[in-house]
Design a protein around this ligand. Structure first.
Ligand code: B1N
Length: 801
C-alpha cells in the first residue's frame, strides 16, 4: 500500500490520543504496539473487504483449512512487510523518538499450537494469501495458549499463557455470525408426513460459537484472507433465564485452553468437545455462506474445499453429512458424494500413540446424532467393500472397531485425498500405518512435502542475511524463493563467503546477548552453535545430543591440554506436562548444563544453554544464529520436520538422520554439505521384523559409550539420581526403543568431523551457502500451490513452478 511518513505519523498520534487519552511520551511500548496494530488493521480494512467481496462476486472456489492449532507468531512485522510499509513506519516511529524493536517485542506471541503442526497451518495461511488463493483458516480461539515454560531447579514448571490480557489488536469479533453447536441430549428419528425421517433432539447442551476473524495479509498483492477462530459462549437464552454455574463452566471450558500434547492423542472428552465445537461451527458457517449465494448443493464441491489438518477436525465429515441430510433434505448418496468430494485429509504422524480413537460410549453420549451418521458410514462401508476386499481387511479399516471410533480411518474414507508430509512419510503411510486403506483406495494417496514461510523465517528473522542476499541477486526471490538458487554463482567468491561469515557472527552476537541477559551465561561467538529446537520427545532423541555433551565434557576433563574447538549446545524444548520421561530429560540436560558451565577446567570450551520457553519468537532469534541444525530423530519417526527447513534457509548445516524431509534437504543441498548418520528407516523396520535389536550388546561393545552412559548413574552430574537412572534404564533395561545407542558411534563421528571442518571458514561458508541456495524449494508458497493444483482444485495467481 501507499503510505507517506507524514500521514502515518499524524494517524499514529491520533490513534494514541483517541485510545489512551495520553500524550505519546507517556505511553508504554505495549500501548504503542496496540495503537500501531489497530492503525494497521484499519489501513488494511479496505483490502480485506475488497478481497471478500471479489471472492463472492466472482463466485471463487474457497479453501477452508481446519486445524485445531494455529501458531502464527507475532504479526506486526509480518503485516508491515506484506503491506510494503516497513520502512515508512520504522522511520516515522524513529522520528517520534520511539524504539521500533521494543514495540515489536511488546506484541504477545499467540501460542495457539504445540509445534510443527500448528506452525505449518500458520505458514500455509501466509502462503495462501501471498500466492493469491482464496484460503481461509478455521480453528479455536483458546483463551490460554500453550503454557509458558520456566525452569525451577532445572525442572520444567508450566505457567498459564494469558495472551489476551491486553486485548488482541488484529482480531474482529463477529457476533452476528455466531452458530449454535449442540452436545449431548437425546435424539430420535421422527417420521414426517412425507414419509421421511427427521431427527428430533431434547435436553441438549447448546453452546454459542462466536467467531473472531483475523486478516491474513498477502505479500505485496492486496489480498487479505481470513483466519476464523471460534470462542465458546453462553447461547442467547429466551425461555430459560438461568444458567447454573456448572453449565457456565462447561461452556467456558471448551475454548479455555490448548491441550499441550504434541504427536500424542489426548483421550479426554473435553478434547472431543473441542474438536466437534470448531468443526461444527466452521462447517455451519461455510454452508450458511454457500446457501446464501447458491440455490442447489449439487455444485458445492466446485465452490468449497475443506481440508482436515490431522484427524482433529475429522468430524467435519459427519457434520457436513448431518447438515445436508437433516437441514437440506439431501439423499444419503448425494450427501456422501458431496462430502467426499469436498474433504481432503493430511496425516502428520505414523506414531501409534498419536492416532486418535474415541470410545464409542463417550462419543455417542456427547454427539448422539453424529454417532448415528458415523454408524451409517460404517455400515455402508462394510456393505460396499466386504464383497470386493473380504471381511478381514474391512474389519481392520472400518470407522468403528474394537469399541472405538477410529478417526484416521473415518478421515480417509470420507475424503477424496489423503496426503503425507514428506516422501518417506507418505511411503510409510502406504506400506505400514494405512496400508489396508491404501489397498482399498490407492487413488486417494499422495505426497505434499511441508514448507515454511521464507518471508518470516528469512526476511524478518534474519535481516542481515536478507540484505546480503539482496545485494547479490536482488529482491525477486522474496516472491519466488527458488531464485535463491542464483546464489550458487557465488560459491567461489571468497569475499562473499567472508560476508556470510560476518552475517552469522552478527546473529550469534544477538543470541549471545540474549543468553547473557536472560540466563547469565557467557558464550563465545566463535564457538560452534549447535542447535536443537523442537518439542521434547523420546523419538526426537534429545538424549543422543545429551550423550554427545557428556562425551565432550569427559574428553576435555581427561585431556585438558588438548586443543578443543569451542562448542555451544543450544536447546529449546517444551515437554507435555504429563510426559514424565520428557521432563526427566529436561532436568538432566539442565543439570549437565550447570555442571559444564561452572567447571573451571572447562572454561569457555564447552557451554550448554537450554533456553526456556521455546516458541515462534525465540525461534526467530535462535535460528539465524545456528551453525548446526540437529535433526536426529529415529529414522521413520519424524513425519517431516520443519525446523530443519528454517535452519537450512538460515545457513545452518544439518546433522541429521535420513528421516522425514531431512532426506529431501540432503538431496537438494548435496550430501557433502550436510552431516548424515545412523540407521535408515529400512534398517529400523528390519530390526522390528527380526526383533533382534540388542541395546545392551551395543553398549558392551563400545567402552567409550559405556563411560558416557554410565555418567548418568555415577553422581558425576549432581542432582539427577532418579532422572539419570530413568534414562539409563530406558536405554539398557528397556532396550532403547528409539535406537539411541545404535546410532551413537556414527553420530559422534559426524560431530568430530564438524569440529574439524568448522575450522576452515571458507569451506564451511561454502556449505552454508549451498544450503541457503537450495532452500527455496521448501517455501510453503510452493507446497500450497501443489495442494491447490492437485487436491483443492482452486486457482491462485502467482505463477509458481
Ligand atoms: O507435524 C509436523 C511435522 O513436520 C512433524 O514431523 C510432525 O511430528 C508434526 C497431535 C500432532 N505430527 N503430529 C502432530 C500435534 C498435536 C497433536 O495434538 C499430533 N504433530 C506432528 C507438520 O507436518
Amino acid at each position: 500500500m501507499e503510505l507517506k511518513e507524514a500521514q502515518f505519523t499524524k494517524d499514529f498520534i491520533n490513534e494514541i490520543r483517541a485510545t489512551y487519552a495520553v500524550d505519546l511520551k507517556d505511553t508504554s511500548p505495549m500501548e504503542q504496539y496496540m495503537a500501531l496494530g489497530h492503525l494497521i488493521k484499519r489501513y488494511n480494512g479496505e483490502s480485506w473487504t475488497d478481497t471478500s467481496r471479489s471472492y463472492r462476486k466472482n463466485d471463487v472456489k474457497q479453501v477452508y483449512y481446519f486445524s485445531i492449532e494455529f501458531l502464527p507468531g507475532r504479526l506486526l512485522q509480518s503485516n508491515l512487510l506484506n503491506l510494503g510499509i516497513t520502512d515508512v513506519v520504522k522511520k516515522g516511529l524513529k522520528n517520534l523518538g520511539l524504539n521500533f524493536d521494543k514495540i515489536v517485542q511488546a506484541e504477545p506471541d499467540p501460542g495457539l499450537g504445540n509445534g510443527g503442526l500448528g506452525r505449518l497451518a500458520a505458514c500455509y495461511m501466509d502462503s495462501m494469501a501471498s500466492i493469491g488463493m482464496a484460503g481461509n483458516g478455521n480453528g479455536i480461539r483458546y483463551r490460554y495458549g500453550l503454557f509458558k515454560q520456566v525452569f525451577m531447579n532445572g525442572y520444567q514448571v508450566e505457567l498459564p499463557d494469558d495472551w489476551l490480557r491486553n486485548g488482541n489488536a488484529w482480531e474482529v469479533r463477529r457476533e452476528n455470525r455466531a452458530c449454535l453447536v449442540r452436545f449431548g441430549g437425546h435424539v430420535w428419528l421422527q417420521e414426517q408426513p412425507d414419509g421421511s425421517l427427521k431427527p428430533v433432539y431434547d435436553h441438549t447442551d447448546d453452546v454459542l460459537a462466536v467467531p473472531y476473524d483475523t486478516g491474513i495479509i498477502g505479500y505485496h498483492n492486496v489480498v487479505t484472507n481470513t483466519l476464523r477462530l471460534w470462542s465458546a459462549e453462553l447461547p442467547p437464552n429466551e425461555e430459560q433465564t438461568y444458567y447454573s454455574q456448572e453449565q457456565r463452566d462447561n461452556i467456558d471450558e471448551i475454548t479455555k485452553v490448548l491441550y499441550p500434547d504434541d504427536s500424542n492423542a489426548e483421550g479426554r472428552s473435553l478434547r472431543l468437545r473441542q474438536e466437534y465445537f470448531f468443526s461444527s461451527a466452521g462447517v455451519q458457517s461455510i454452508v450458511r455462506h454457500y446457501a446464501a449465494n447458491h440455490t442447489s448443493f449439487k455444485h458445492f464441491p466446485q465452490k468449497v474445499a475443506i481440508h482436515i489438518n490431522d484427524t482433529h477436525p475429522t468430524l467435519v465429515i459427519p457434520e457436513l453429512m448431518r447438515i445436508l441430510l437433516d437441514e437440506y433434505n439431501c439423499s444419503w448418496d448425494l450427501a456422501w458424494q458431496i462430502t467426499t468430494s469436498t474433504m481432503s485429509y493430511t496425516n502428520h504422524t505414523i506414531m501409534q500413540e498419536a492416532l486418535e480413537t474415541w470410545p464409542i460410549g463417550m462419543f455417542q453420549g456427547l454427539l448422539p446424532r453424529i454417532y448415528q451418521i458415523v454408524e451409517e458410514i460404517d455400515r455402508r462401508y462394510r456393505a460396499e467393500k466386504t464383497p470386493v476386499f473380504g471381511q478381514n481387511i474391512v474389519d481392520r479399516t472400518a470407522p468403528l472397531g474394537h469399541g472405538q471410533v477410529r478417526m484416521a480411518y473415518l478421515a480417509v474414507i470420507g475424503s477424496h485425498s489423503v496426503n503425507g508430509v514428506a516422501p518417506l512419510h507418505t511411503e510409510l503411510l502406504k506400506k505400514d500405518v494405512l496400508t489396508d486403506l491404501y489397498r482399498i483406495y490407492p487413488e486417494k494417496f499422495n505426497n505434499k512435502t511441508n514448507g515454511i514461510a521464507d518471508r518470516r523465517w528469512l526476511e524478518i528473522a534474519n535481516q542481515p542475511l536478507t540484505k546480503l542476499i539482496d545485494s547479490k541477486i536482488g529482491k525477486k526471490w522474496h516472491a519466488n524463493p527458488k531464485l535463491l538458487q542464483e546464489l550458487s554463482a557465488y560459491e567461489s567468491d571468497e569475499k562473499f563467503l567472508q560476508q556470510l561469515a560476518e552475517v552469522k557472527k552478527i546473529n550469534k552476537r544477538r543470541l549471545a546477548d540474549y543468553v547473557q541477559s536472560e540466563m547469565g551465561i557467557t558464550i563465545r561467538t566463535d564457538a560452534i552453535f549447535d542447535v536443537q529446537i523442537k518439542r521434547l520427545h523420546a523419538y526426537k532423541r534429545q538424549v543422543l545430543h545429551m550423550l554427545e555433551i557428556i562425551r565432550e565434557y569427559l574428553d576435555i576433563k581427561r585431556h585438558p591440554e588438548q586443543s578443543f574447538i569451542p562448542h555451544v549446545h543450544i536447546f529449546g524444548a517444551k515437554a507435555a506436562p504429563s510426559y514424565h520421561y520428557a521432563k526427566s530429560v529436561i532436568k538432566v540436560i539442565n543439570a549437565l548444563a550447570d555442571l559444564v558451565n561452572n567447571d573451571p577446567d572447562i572454561g569457555d570450551k564447552l557451554k550448554v544453554v537450554f533456553i526456556p520457553n521455546y516458541g515462534v519468537s525465540l525461534g526467530e532469534l535462535i535460528i539465524p544464529a545456528a551453525d548446526i541444525s540437529e535433526q536426529i530423530s529415529t529414522a521413520s519417526k519424524e513425519a517431516s520436520g520443519t525446523s530443519n527447513m528454517k535452519l537450512m534457509t538460515n545457513g545452518a548445516l544439518s546433522l541429521a538422520t535420513m528421516d522425514g524431509a531431512n532426506i529431501d534437504i540432503v538431496r537438494a543441498a548435496g550430501k557433502q554439505n550436510e552431516y548424515i548418520f545412523g540407521l535408515t528407516a529400512n534398517d529400523v523396520y528390519g530390526y522390528y521384523r527380526r526383533n533382534d535389536y540388542c541395546a545392551k550388546s551395543v553398549y558392551e561393545n563400545n567402552p567409550e559409550l559405556q563411560r558416557v552412559v554410565n555418567a548418568l548413574i555415577t553422581n558425576m552430574i549432581p542432582g539427577i539420581t532418579t532422572e539419570g537412572h530413568e534414562i539409563y534404564d530406558s536405554l539398557l533395561k528397556y532396550n532403547d526403543e528409539y535406537f539411541v545407542l545404535a546410532d551413537y558411534a556414527e553420530y559422534v563421528k559426524q560431530q568430530e568431523k564438524i569440529a574439524q571442518d568448522f575450522q576452515d571458514t571458507m569451506t564451511w561458508q561454502r556449505k552454508s551457502l549451498a544450503n541457503i541456495a537450495a532452500s527455496g524449494t521448501f517455501s510453503a508458497d510452493y507446497s500450497v500451490a501443489r495442494y491447490a493444483e492437485d487436491i483443492w482444485q482452486v486457482p491462485y495467481n502467482r505463477i509458481l513452478k
